[in-house]
Design a protein around this ligand. Structure first.
Ligand code: SF4
Length: 428
């Protein structure tokens, strides 16, 4: 959206008070996300009340999910644009204001990315996300996303390579591939290239140093993908596999399409081909019918696999999902208690992993000056994705933002590390 708007002459400011146009891009996959989006819209509506010349636009999944209700309840919003209509945003904004003009756009057909999209970076200059596909072909019973985003539509390989090339030319060194399911890339095009081929093509581009794949599906980790990762040093041996649960019956009821044994087999394969792989996952507690014994089975699996990073979430009952018919969710309080237990278990696993790194020298990509202190730099190991994993606080030495530096790790915090840059010529 920002790429298209800046191309049409708009300038971006992070100061809502100074803006002519207030744009809220929303998430709506679970209730807390909807609430956060609505609170933000109401905050900005207050600014508009003080300055009625401002225009307020709401975009994204919340519009796709609840557009008609929002249009009724929020008369202060000038325009609602769902997930398929964002390309038309500059055009819609250029229309002269007219009494009774259509305000709600939810898309007649799912938007398919064609030509390379113009980009406006909202990330530090050395880092960018590349959306490789839109929509999802799975039907997990708890998830509303396929209804909101539509079926899987992979972007053509040539447009992704062209977009990545222009990002690299602009100074991007770390490119993070995202989609609802990145490992399904290309499976909607008969005979088309898959994720391994896309990664190989991107790895050829000059300037890009790290390629990272997020949001894989545990059932789609193939030997070809792992061997491609092993053969290309630019493709980080980092696998983000949201397993969601570790008990057979819960996985079946979630409609995830794999078993507990499949997860264990996949992890074994990953570690055979990529012994240094970093594994990230998410798990969900409180799914309808989940028993204590099933949570214990999940805890056992966590102990066996020892994921490097693990996010714990609570099941959120969502209108319009199949899980609604699977009975009531585990009471919130009990689900929270289960989540606390698993978080404590993961904290122990992470502590041991981080402690083992203290005293070693590792390559760290410097992201910038820490918001906590001008005297601290922050950076990340190859096994740490921005915003979701821990990071390295650099307490001594001079680092260049965006560059990889050798850092001696000096201390482990619960999820982060401290370290000092190893200056050139320093030994040890
Ligand atoms: S794979 Fe992810 S996006 Fe697709 S239905 Fe399942 S949870 Fe939702």
């Amino acid at each position: 959206m920002l790429g298209r708007l800046t191309q049409a002459g708009w300038q971006v400011t992070g100061e809502p008070e100074a803006a002519d146009l207030l744009l809220v891009n929303t998430c709506a996959f679970i209730e807390p996300a909807c609430k956060e989006a609505v609170d933000t819209i109401l905050d900005l509506a207050r600014l508009k009340e003080a300055d009625p010349d401002k225009r307020l636009v709401v975009a994204g999944c919340l519009v796709q999910r609840y557009g008609e209700d929002l249009a009724k309840d929020l008369p202060e919003v000038d325009l609602f644009v769902g997930v398929h209509d964002f390309p038309a945003l500059p055009e819609l904004l250029a229309r002269p204001a007219a009494e009774g003009a259509l305000r709600l756009f939810q898309g007649a057909a799912p938007y398919a990315y064609g030509a390379p999209e113009p980009r406006y970076a909202a990330t530090p200059p050395h880092l960018a996300y590349l959306k490789i596909a839109e929509g999802c072909g799975h039907r997990c019973t708890f998830c509303i996303i396929p209804k909101l985003r539509g079926p899987l539509r992979s972007r053509p390989l040539s447009t992704l390579v062209a977009e990545a090339e222009s990002l690299a030319a602009a100074g991007v060194k770390e490119l993070i591939l995202v989609a609802q399911d990145t490992t399904a890339y290309g499976t909607d095009r008969a005979g088309g290239p898959g994720i391994a081929k896309l990664l190989r093509e991107l790895a050829r581009l000059d300037g890009l140093e790290w390629l990272r794949l997020l949001y894989g599906h545990p059932a789609r980790i193939t030997p070809e993908l792992l061997e491609t990762m092993a053969a290309q040093p630019k493709i980080l041996p980092y696998l983000d596999l949201p397993i969601q649960h570790g008990h057979e019956e819960v996985l079946r009821r979630m409609g995830r399409g794999y078993t507990r044994q499949d997860i264990l087999d996949t992890v074994r394969l990953i570690r055979e081909v990529l012994p240094a792989a970093t594994l990230r996952t998410t798990v969900m507690l409180g799914f309808p019918g989940e028993t204590e014994a099933q949570v214990e089975a999940l805890a056992d699996l966590m102990e066996e696999v020892r994921f490097d990073h693990l996010g714990v979430f609570l099941y959120s009952p969502e209108a319009g999902t199949a899980a609604e018919r699977l009975g009531p969710a585990v009471p919130r309080r009990e689900a929270r208690r289960r989540a606390r237990l698993l978080k404590a278990l993961q904290a122990k696993i992470v502590k041991a992993r981080l402690k083992a790194l203290v005293g070693t020298v590792q390559l760290v990509r410097v992201d910038g000056v820490s918001p906590e202190s001008d005297y601290l730099l922050t950076g990340r190991l190859a096994g740490q994705a921005p915003d979701i994993d821990g990071q390295v606080y650099i307490t001594a030495g001079t680092g260049r933002i965006g560059e990889v530096q050798a850092v001696r790790l000096t201390r482990a915090l619960p999820y982060d590390l401290l370290g000092e840059i190893v200056e050139e010529g320093e030994t040890g």
